[in-house]
Design a protein around this ligand. Structure first.
Ligand code: MSP
Length: 512
């Protein structure tokens, strides 16, 4: 079995500093990178910034700086955010890097050589904010302004010489590709949208611009810059040292297993990207998952609406793990969600501080006080013990299969149930009344410590720092975490001492 896994976030436009929507894409991708790693996969996790095109050029002009220094500054805020979010990305790519230009130029040359690209003239609507072309049907008039019905952003009319990619030719092969690879686009509802879009007919795609200069030049005609989406999508190859297809990174990790993106950029990833790759005879990625949006109130966040939620502010006030937990648990994956202070506080107080933190504290301090901090030996599991422990054994494969389908909700619900069950077990078994029955007491505490270990492993991809703090109690280091070990329940080192634990999550007063 191929135990390599390549996961990517979208590369972000450094036109303004990062917001919660960007943090969301990145945190979810980090979840999948971490879970695959602890399942024994070699993971390559890529993120970065998408720095060319008219959107960036105009933003830089507004600030009166040259586009490269403009990008240097803002790209750094995205890179810094990756650290703040505790992302385990293996690389951070910038499309202004040489390695990327080399890769894009190469792809362009292949497409040109294969006669997939031709020179003509484009006239039509363009949204600089989306860096996207829209047809007449996709445009409407709002307050005397031409707006894209799809994104709501303003469009402008352009007419210029342009290279075209023969997208129309790929309509049928794409439909066949979707039907041969039914899990290429997830969730299912989004897949249907894409298929009906493609069935509706594909026009050739304008893939170069002449009226501005901020981009990678067409190798055979320096008057043109390559369309920013053809440029940007290729980042997924550039980071693996494409065009050197003999490079280990490329050999091990291409085709990508999962492009995690927001639903607004599905068309580019699920239509254009596989079409470019099919045309260039490069293997296509295995999956594109289009997640929902983090809304601010009822609307998508955007700079122009002035309703940006700043991840740094929330992290400063509530901590990183609570934010990660909230985004993964509280936003039903695949759908839109929003952030409310009340729901966030509730997550911290109820799930994290009470159900998880307090459970760990209670069991650990009971062990300190009554068992001299030793992991008990001489335990003998009864039916209650085995039932609760075996749940993990029985569900482990489901958890793996469901997360392989990006069914995050299944994973999160399982943890919720297990936290509830673990607390109930400890309360029902009343170890404090079993001091005269050392064998039973040993078993209850052993089981409870095992539950802490298993749940902490499950929580590791969601709240890595807190999980590691707990696993340290058993001297388990990050590199030793093995997802499959949740199946086993005689794994703790009997008779060895457990370490102390500090408070994991502080409860928050509602009006703090
Ligand atoms: N540069 C392109 C992506 C190129 S990928 C080859 C782009 N950049 S972006 O900065 O505008 O958006 C990056 C990602 O952030 C997209 O997946 C987008 O869906 C996501 N989000 C932006 N705002 C969002 C929310 N409010 N909520 C959730 N994610 C959203 O598109």
């Amino acid at each position: 079995m191929n135990k390599n896994f390549y996961i990517t976030t979208p590369i972000y436009y450094p036109s303004a500093k990062p917001h919660m929507g960007h943090a969301y894409s990145s945190i979810i991708a980090d979840f999948f990178a971490r879970i695959k790693r602890i399942q024994g996969y070699k993971v390559f996790f890529l993120t970065g910034t998408d720095e060319h095109g008219q959107k960036i050029q105009r933003s830089a002009e507004k600030k009166g700086v040259d586009p490269k220094s403009f990008c240097d500054d803002i790209s750094k805020t995205f890179r810094d955010l990756s650290n703040v979010l505790n992302l385990t990305n293996d690389d951070f790519i910038r499309t202004t890097e040489k390695r990327h230009a080399k890769s894009v130029e190469n792809l362009w040359k292949i497409l040109e050589k294969k006669d997939e690209i031709y020179l003509s003239k484009y006239s039509g609507w363009y949204s600089v904010s989306d860096e996207a072309f829209y047809t007449e049907d996709e445009i409407e008039d709002v307050n005397n302004q031409k707006i894209s019905k799809i994104s709501g952003s303003q469009v402008e009319w352009i007419e210029e010489e342009s290279y075209f990619f023969r997208l129309s030719k790929w309509q049928k092969p794409l439909l066949k590709f979707y039907s041969d690879n039914p899990k290429f686009i997830l969730p299912e509802s989004r897949k249907n949208e894409v298929i009906s879009f493609v069935k509706g007919g594909l026009k050739d795609l304008s893939v170069s611009r002449k009226s501005f200069s901020w981009g990678i030049k067409v190798p055979s005609n320096k008057d043109h810059v390559i369309y920013v989406w053809l440029d940007a999508l290729t980042n997924y190859l550039s980071a693996l040292n494409y065009p050197n297809t003999n490079d280990d990174l490329y050999k091990n990790f291409w085709p990508a297993n999962l492009h995690l993106i927001g639903k607004d950029i599905l068309r580019f990833h699920a239509v254009y990207w596989p079409a470019f790759l099919l045309a260039a005879d490069i293997p296509t990625p295995k999956r594109v998952y289009g997640h929902g949006w983090i809304l601010s109130g009822e609307e998508k966040m955007s700079k122009s609406k002035g309703n940006i939620l700043d991840p740094l502010e929330i992290i400063e006030n509530y901590g990183l793990d609570p934010l990660r937990y909230y985004l993964i648990k509280e936003v039903s994956f695949g759908n839109d969600g929003n952030i409310s202070k009340e729901k966030l506080i509730n997550c911290i107080n109820s799930d994290l501080a009470n159900n998880f933190g307090n459970f760990c504290q209670r069991v650990i301090s009971f062990t300190e006080k009554n068992l001299d901090s030793k992991i008990p030996k001489n335990f003998l599991f009864n039916d209650d013990d085995l039932k609760i422990l075996n749940t993990y054994n029985l569900k482990c494969d489901d958890l793996i299969n469901e997360t392989d389908k990006q069914n995050l909700n299944f994973y999160v619900n399982f943890i919720q149930d297990q936290l509830f069950t673990a607390n109930k077990y400890f309360n029902d078994q009343e170890p404090w009344k079993k001091k005269s029955d050392p064998a039973r007491l040993s078993s209850i505490i052993y089981v409870s410590l095992e539950l802490i270990r298993k749940i902490s492993i499950l929580l590791y991809p969601i709240i890595p720092d807190s999980s590691l703090k707990v696993l340290k109690v058993f001297n388990i280091l990050e590199s030793q975490i093995d997802f499959n070990s949740i199946k086993v329940h005689e794994i703790l080192n009997v008779d060895s001492s457990i370490n102390k634990i500090s408070i994991l999550f502080k409860k928050i007063e509602k009006n703090d």
